[in-house]
Design a protein around this ligand. Structure first.
Ligand code: ADP
Ligand code: MG
Length: 666
C-alpha cells in the first residue's frame, strides 16, 4: 500500500505535488487522511420543519423560474423550491452556471444552512448532492478540488481493498470488539450508517491511542534493570529534618514513592505533578540527596538559565551543607568553564550537575549517573528527556511539572510515566486575590502599588510577547517600563527583563529584584517558570486576555509565596474566562477549563497535537477508550516477547517512533 499516488486515476503531476505538499505521498497515507466531518444526508427534513440556524438536507423540486440579480460584484441567484409541505427560497452567490441547470420541476437534494432573510426562511448556498447517506468532508488541500479529493480517496480505498491486511492481532480485536480494518477505513470515509461510522472511529482511535502509548513506553528504560540505590528507611526523614520548614503531607508521601522507586530494581520513570508553589523543588533535592548519599551522580535539567541558576543556588546552600558537591553547567559559561565543568562531571568531582540542555550536549560524559531530574517537564520533548537518561546506564528518571494536566490527557502525553501528585500547598499561604482591572480603573491601581512598595513589598509586571511586526494594540515590556518609570511610578526602582537581553544582563536584573534592590520587575513571560521571590506580593498582567488560563495561573503562582497578602491584577475588560480564573485557585480545574475552551491542541501547542492524526482531539474526552488502551499498553509491554505484543510493538515503532522524537508540550 506504500505505492505512489500516481497509480490512482486522475492524479497527474500537478495534483501529485499538491498532495505531497500536504504530506500525502502514498495510497496508504491518502487512506489515512480522514474526514474532519460528515454531511449527514441520511435523513431529509420536510421544508415546513426548517428552522433558522439548522443545517439540513432537503429533497425538493424547483418551483418556477430562476431569478438573477447583480449587487456590486455579487451575482445573486435565487429560486423557490417546494416539497408539497412548504415552499422556501434558496440563494446562491456567484454561481453563474446555476441558471441554466435549474429548470422548473427538477428534483434536487440540497444540504446547507437555514437562515432568516427578510422575514423568510431561506437556504443559503446549499451544496447540491447526488446521494443520500453520510458524506465525508475533508480538510481542504490547496490545489485539489473537494470533489476530486473525494474521488481520489474512493479510488485509493478500492486499491487497498483486500490488499492491506489487518495489522492488529485478531485476538486483540476480538477482546475489545473492534471492527476489521478494511471495514473501518471504508466506513470512516464513506459510512454505511451512523452506527458503522461509530464502529469505524472506535477501531481507528483505539489503534492509534494504543500504538501511541506503546511508542511512549518504548522510550522508557523499563525492561532492563535500572540503577538500584541503597539507603536505609530513615534517610528521607533525615533529609526533611535539615529543611527550615516541615514538609507537607503530600511532599512526604511523594518522596516516599520516589524513594521506593530508587531502591527497587526497576529504573524509576516518574512524573511529579503539582501546582505552582507546591514545593516540588524540595522533593527533587531530596531525591538528589538520597542518590548522592548512596554513591551515585545526579543531574538536574531546567528549561531556562535563570531557573537553572536559581536551583543551583538553592542546591549549593542545602545540599552543599550536607557535603554534596554541586556544579552548574549552562550555555553562557566561557569555553574554559565549559571544559572544567565537563571534567568535573566526568571525574565525578561533581556529585550533582545542575543546568540547562547543555547537560545533554555531546561531549558531556557522566561518571556514574544514577538519577536524572528534569524540572518543568512540559518545556522539554520526550526526546530531550531520554537523551539525558542515555547519558547513564538506565538511570532513574524524575520529571517535575507544574502544568496540571487533566488525568485523561496525561495518560496520552505521559503514558510512559508513573505519576505522583503533590496535591497540597505548604501551610501559611494566603491565597492570591485575583481582580480584573478594566482600563477605566488603571489609575487607581498605581496608587495601590505605591502603598505596597511603601510597605516593603515588590511588584511584577508581565507583558505578552509582541512581535515588532504584529499590528496589535499591546504593550511591549519596554513601553510599559518607560511608562512606569517616567509617568506612573517615578521614584521607584524598576527593572526590565525580556527575551532579547543578554543572559548575563537578564540574570543581573533578576538578581537585583530577588535581592530586594528593585521594587518593580517588568518582564515578558520569562518569569513564568519557577522564579521564587517570596517578598513579591503583587502580579500585574498586561493584556491578560491574550494569555491562556493555565498560563495566567502559572504567572499568578509567582506571588503568594510568603506570608503576606498577595494580589494578581488582570489588566483587561472582564470576560467569562478571566472571571473563572478569578473565582478559583485550583490548578486542575483551570487546566480542565482551558482544555474545554481551547481544545487540547491549543493547550499543548501545535507540535504536540500534530503527533496524533485527525479526530484524537475530541477523544481526549473519551476517558473510557484512553483507560482501555493505557491498560492494554501496559499489559503488552509487560510481556513484550509474546507474539501478540511483538506484532503490536513493531507496529507502534513503525507508526510513531520517528514522530515522537520532537514531541514537546508548549
Ligand atoms: P514549585 O512546586 O512551584 O516548584 P517550589 O519548590 O519553588 O514550588 O516552592 C515554593 C516555595 O515554597 C519555596 O519558597 C519553598 O522554599 C517553599 N516551600 C516548599 N515546601 C515548603 C513547606 N513544606 N513549608 C513551607 N514552605 C515550603
Ligand atoms: Mg518549580
Amino acid at each position: 500500500m506504500d505505492i505512489s499516488l500516481s497509480q490512482i486515476r486522475g492524479i497527474g503531476p500537478a495534483r501529485l505535488k499538491a498532495f505531497e505538499a500536504a504530506g500525502i505521498r502514498t495510497v496508504r497515507e491518502l487512506v489515512m487522511f480522514l474526514p474532519s466531518q460528515y454531511r449527514d444526508l441520511t435523513h431529509t427534513v420536510p421544508l415546513c420543519e426548517l428552522k433558522a440556524g439548522d443545517v439540513a438536507a432537503v429533497r425538493v423540486r424547483v418551483a418556477g423560474e430562476v431569478m438573477e440579480r447583480r449587487a456590486r460584484r455579487l451575482l445573486i441567484t435565487k429560486l423557490y423550491v417546494t416539497d408539497d409541505t412548504d415552499t422556501v427560497q434558496v440563494v446562491w452567490y456567484n454561481q453563474p452556471w446555476l441558471k441554466k441547470q435549474m429548470t422548473p420541476g427538477r428534483e434536487l437534494l440540497l444540504y446547507g444552512k437555514v437562515e432568516h432573510k427578510q422575514g423568510y426562511i431561506s437556504l443559503v448556498s446549499p451544496s447540491i448532492e447526488s446521494n443520500e447517506g453520510m458524506l465525508p468532508v475533508y480538510r481542504s488541500i490547496p490545489g485539489i478540488p473537494a470533489k476530486a479529493l473525494r474521488q481520489s480517496v474512493e479510488a485509493a480505498l478500492k486499491l487497498c481493498e483486500g490488499q492491506w491486511p489487518d495489522e492488529l492481532p485478531e485476538p486483540l480485536r476480538r477482546r475489545y470488539g473492534l471492527c476489521e480494518r478494511n471495514f473501518a477505513m471504508r466506513n470512516a470515509h464513506f459510512p454505511d450508517s451512523p452506527e458503522a461510522l461509530e464502529a469505524a472511529r472506535r477501531r481507528i482511535a483505539f489503534e492509534e491511542l494504543l500504538l501511541y502509548q506503546i511508542a511512549l513506553r518504548l522510550f522508557r528504560n523499563a525492561g532492563h534493570a535500572g540503577v538500584r540505590m541503597e539507603f536505609d528507611d530513615g534517610a528521607p526523614d533525615r533529609f526533611w529534618e535539615r529543611l527550615p520548614f516541615a514538609p507537607t503531607g503530600a511532599q512526604r508521601r511523594v518522596l516516599s514513592e520516589v524513594a521506593a522507586d530508587l531502591r527497587s530494581e526497576k529504573a524509576m520513570a516518574r512524573m511529579v505533578q503539582g501546582d505552582v508553589g507546591s514545593g516540588k523543588t524540595a522533593i527533587a533535592f531530596a531525591a538528589i540527596a538520597l542518590a548522592c548519599r548512596a554513591g551515585w551522580q545526579a543531574a538536574l535539567m531546567a528549561p531556562t538559565e535563570v531557573l537553572a541558576r536559581q536551583h543551583y543556588e538553592g542546591a549549593k546552600a542545602l545540599l552543599g551543607d550536607m557535603g554534596i558537591r554541586v556544579g552548574l553547567l549552562v550555555g553562557s559559561l566561557t569555553q574554559k568553564q565549559h571544559r572544567l565543568a565537563h571534567e568535573a562531571i566526568a571525574s565525578g568531582e561533581w556529585d550533582v550537575a545542575i543546568g540547562t540542555h547543555a547537560l545533554i550536549t555531546e561531549g558531556v560524559e557522566y561518571r556514574r549517573l544514577g538519577l536524572v531530574v528534569t524540572d518543568e517537564q512540559h518545556r522539554f520533548g520526550v526526546r530531550q528527556r531520554t537523551l539525558l537518561s542515555e547519558k547513564g546506564d538506565a538511570p532513574n528518571v524524575l520529571v517535575m511539572s507544574a502544568t496540571p494536566i487533566p488525568r485523561t490527557l496525561s495518560l496520552i502525553l505521559y503514558g510512559d510515566l508513573d505519576i505522583s501528585i503533590v496535591e497540597e500547598l505548604p501551610p501559611g499561604r494566603t491565597p492570591v486575590a485575583t481582580r480584573i482591572v478594566p482600563e477605566a480603573k488603571r489609575e487607581g491601581l498605581y496608587g495601590f502599588l505605591r502603598q505596597e512598595v511603601a510597605k516593603g513589598r515588590q511588584v511584577y509586571f508581565v507583558c505578552p510577547l509582541v512581535e515588532e511586526s504584529e499590528a496589535v494594540e499591546a504593550l511591549p515590556a519596554e513601553k510599559v517600563y518607560e511608562d512606569l518609570r517616567v509617568n506612573r511610578l517615578p521614584g521607584l526602582r524598576i527593572e526590565l527583563v525580556h527575551g532579547r537581553m543578554k543572559p548575563a544582563d537578564k540574570d543581573a536584573a533578576l538578581e537585583r529584584f530577588r535581592a530586594g534592590e528593585a521594587d518593580v520587575l517588568v518582564s515578558t513571560t520569562v518569569i513564568e517558570v519557577g522564579v521564587n521571590v517570596p517578598n513579591a506580593t503583587v502580579m500585574v498582567i498586561e493584556n491578560a486576555e491574550r494569555f491562556g488560563l493555565a498560563q495566567l495561573h502559572q504567572l499568578r503562582g509567582r506571588v503568594g509565596r510568603g506570608s503576606h497578602e498577595s494580589w494578581c491584577f488582570l489588566m483587561a475588560e472582564p470576560n467569562p474566562r478571566l472571571k473563572f480564573l478569578a473565582s478559583t485557585t485550583d490548578g486542575f480545574k483551570i487546566a480542565q477549563k482551558d482544555m474545554e475552551l481551547r481544545g487540547p491542541g491549543e493547550l499543548f501547542g501545535t507540535r504536540q497535537s500534530g503527533t496524533l492524526t485527525a479526530g484524537i482531539g475530541s477523544l481526549a474526552a473519551n476517558a473510557e477508550l484512553l483507560k482501555l488502551t493505557h491498560d492494554e499498553a501496559r499489559l503488552l509491554m509487560e510481556n513484550p516477547e509474546a507474539s501478540e505484543a511483538r506484532a503490536v510493538i513493531a507496529l507502534a515503532r513503525e507508526r510513531f517512533a520517528d514522530r515522537l522524537r520532537d514531541v514537546a508540550v508548549n
